[in-house]
Write a protein that binds this ligand. Sequence first.
Ligand code: FES
Ligand code: FES
Length: 158
Amino acid sequence: MLKTINCTVNGRAMELQVDVRESLLDMLRNRLHLTGTKQGCGVGECGACAVLIDGETLDSCIYLAVWADGKDIVSIEGLTGADGSLSDLQQNFVDKGAVQCGFCTPGFVVSATALLEKNPNPSKDEIRRGLSGNLCRCTGYQKILDAVESTADQRRNK
Ligand code: FES
Ligand code: FES
């Protein structure tokens, strides 16, 4: 059964017909071709599919597309500049070597963006806790934590 929803995705208001069983992840990837959001586990464990919904980080694989009605959705594609330039956080992921295969990276960047928005001066433990819903199988977590910490430092010193 299809249902019409109205939502904002990466700043663009849209009306969409979605299946009532469809996940937000499938809506983003298959209907809108926003393939930066990844499917890892598909059951809310790995954070690869994380997006911002009204500013909160949520796993889009376990969030129904129909629940997005009236919501403001931001995916990884919405975090770059209009010209495609990287955010300071994304640049720090590159500079700190916090990306290996890159599969987990969109989810980490989304979660860390929300974390720094809510807490611009996070301690190391707060960064760890804030990213505890995201799993990485190849980079190791230290470089990811370094990238987030450097971003907070740079913003403080601007
Ligand atoms: S794919 Fe959604 S949490 Fe793993
Ligand atoms: S960089 Fe490969 S899973 Fe994180």
